[in-house]
Every structure is written in structure tokens, then in C-alpha cells.
Design a protein around this ligand. Structure first.
Ligand SMILES: Cc1cc2nc3c(=O)[nH]c(=O)nc-3n(C[C@H](O)[C@H](O)[C@H](O)COP(=O)(O)O)c2cc1C
Length: 284
């Protein structure tokens, strides 16, 4: 399936029609019913337009999602803004929040639409500004894009993750450089002794590297979504095989993988529920 430029959805539409009805559902299921109407409408246009996302369906989906957001019990951020609890100019607009969180999904199928190298560079140049402890920045990112490079990844993939990984325009190996502390002189110059916090201390290296490398992987997912890409993160692969193939002779170790591209909503699983605030949080 290809995406002719005139039918390609604009970035701001795509997440809004990429499912998400669990998120927006009300206790009585009313919202889910409304969301079904969106799905039905999309189904009707799927054959006609090829991409499955015709402008009419997109417009209606957007209107419905806007209505869902305003009627949803999960509208606390919006309520907070209404009551001036958040500073409006400092808050992302509804479309941006939906694109990053509320409507963004984990993708398993991909539109036949390439991801430019320049976009991958922009992706890194975005995520790199998010924080790590002592600015240690241990995350390393291998963008596996060519067919030859994908073949190097193939033997390491779990069966259930293989096909979608081979089909994805890009698969990122999110890795950690456990020699990260050797770069603190450059990255954290105002603490000249920072290297000594880690050197010769395997536990501090492991904890600091894993914590911050994982954070940077999460930043990658959010930065990708912010730039209009979809993600499919995966831990179902053989880390030792990836490390032997891509990082031999270094202190770099794979953490998880992220398929990147433009998701095909046809391959989405049903949205899983999340814990409510009271189940996961405390305010003390
Ligand atoms: C670190 C990580 C590892 C994951 N590993 C796999 C995996 O190996 N295979 C897979 O199909 N999905 C994997 N997932 C996808 C999750 O199941 C998915 O992100 C989660 O259910 C939320 O889905 P949603 O974003 O569509 O709501 C992984 C996700 C993360 C963040």
C-alpha cells in the first residue's frame, strides 16, 4: 500500500483516527458507541480511497474525537485548563496531547511510506535535549533501515516480532553505552570529578546506564510521535545476538527495539486499559 501525497493524512489527523476508544470511553460505554460510528464510516470509505483514511472520514473523526474529549471523564487536563490550574500558553493544544499520548498507539503494521534519513537525524536532535542524570546521555541509537542491515537483525528476532520488524521502514536498536562515564568531562563540565562517581563502580555504572538509557529510549518514542511518526517498541528479541552482531568489542548493549514508520491502523490491537489515578498514584 502506498500513500499518494494528496491522500496522505496530515500528521495531526492520523493519531486521532488511530483508534483509542478505550481511552475516551465513558463508564456507560457511550463514547465507545460513538467511536464505532467513526470506524464504520472509515470502513465504508476504505475500498474507495485505498488508504482507508478519506478526508470526509477524517473530518468526521476529528469532530467526534473533539466531542469525546470534552465529554470524557478523562478530560482532567482540559478541565484543569478551564479552571486556570494550568497556564494556557504553556500547555500543548489538544491535538498535540492526543498525538503524543491520548490517541497514540503501538503499531504492528506499516504504510508503504519511507522515513527520510533527515527525519531520523531530526528525531535524535529532538530527543537528545531531554534530561539524563548528570547529563550522562548513555543512550545509543542504531537506525536499522537498509535491507542488508535488517537481515543482520533477523536471526535475533522472536517469531512474533519478526515479520513486522522486517516490514517496518526503520527499526531502532535502543542501546546503552556502559562506558558513558568516560564522556562526562564533555557532557557535565561543571563537575570535573563526575567520572569518579562511576569509574570502578559496576553497580553505579549498571544502574546509571540502564536508568538513563531507558529514559532516552522513552524520549525517542515521544519525540518520534511529536514528529508525526508511529512507533512499535519491542523487547521480544535476543539481546546477546544483537550485541554480538552490532556492538562487538564495545561497552554498548542493546536495551529494546522500536519499529518506526507510518502506522497502518488496520494492524492495531484493541487498546488495553490503564490503571486509574488511585490505583497507580498517591499524593502525600
Ligand atoms: C519496552 C517495550 C517492549 C515491548 N515489547 C513488545 C514485544 O516484544 N512485542 C510486541 O508485540 N509488543 C511489545 N510491546 C508493545 C506493548 O505491548 C504496547 O506498547 C502496550 O500494550 C501499549 O499499547 P498501546 O500503545 O497501543 O496502548 C512493547 C512495548 C514496550 C514499551
Amino acid at each position: 500500500m502506498s500513500w499518494p501525497e494528496h491522500t496522505a493524512p496530515r500528521a495531526r489527523w492520523r493519531p486521532l483516527v488511530a483508534d483509542g476508544f478505550e481511552l475516551f470511553s465513558t463508564p456507560d460505554g457511550g463514547t465507545a458507541q460513538r467511536w464505532d460510528k467513526v470506524q464504520t464510516h472509515r470502513e465504508q470509505h476504505r475500498g474507495r480511497r485505498g488508504s482507508g483514511l478519506c478526508p470526509d472520514a477524517l473530518r468526521i473523526a476529528d469532530q467526534l474525537v473533539a466531542a469525546i474529549i470534552t465529554s470524557s471523564r478523562l478530560s482532567s487536563a482540559y478541565d484543569a485548563r478551564l479552571f486556570n490550574l494550568l497556564d494556557p500558553p504553556m500547555t500543548l493544544d489538544d491535538n498535540a496531547l492526543a498525538q503524543l499520548f491520548f490517541a497514540a498507539r503501538t503499531h504492528n503494521a506499516w504504510a508503504d511510506r519511507p522515513v527520510a534519513d533527515e527525519l531520523l537525524q531530526l528525531l535524535y536532535d529532538t530527543l537528545k535535549w531531554a534530561p539524563t542524570s548528570a547529563n550522562c546521555s548513555p543512550g545509543r541509537f542504531v537506525f536499522v533501515k537498509s535491507t542488508a542491515a535488517k537481515e543482520r537483525l533477523r536471526p535475533a528476532m522472536d517469531a512474533g516480532n519478526l515479520d513486522k520488524t522486517m516490514a517496518a521502514p526503520v527499526t531502532v536498536i535502543v542501546a546503552t553505552d556502559f562506558a558513558f562515564y568516560e564522556h562526562l568531562g564533555k557532557l557535565f563540565p561543571h563537575a570535573p570529578d563526575a567520572r569518579s562517581w562511576f569509574a570502578g563502580k559496576p553497580e553505579a555504572i549498571q544502574t546509571g546506564g540502564f536508568r538513563n538509557g531507558t529514559l532516552q529510549g522513552a524520549y525517542l518514542i515521544l519525540a518520534a510521535r511529536a514528529l508525526g511518526l508511529d512507533c512499535g517498541p519491542m523487547s521480544g528479541f535476543n539481546n546477546a545476538k544483537v550485541d554480538a552482531e552490532f556492538f562487538a568489542g564495545t561497552e554498548v548493549r542493546s536495551n529494546f527495539l522500536v519499529n518506526l514508520g507510518y502506522g497502518d491502523a488496520a494492524g492495531l490491537h484493541r487498546r488495553g486499559p490503564r490503571f486509574e489515578f488511585a490505583e497507580a498514584c498517591q499524593i502525600l
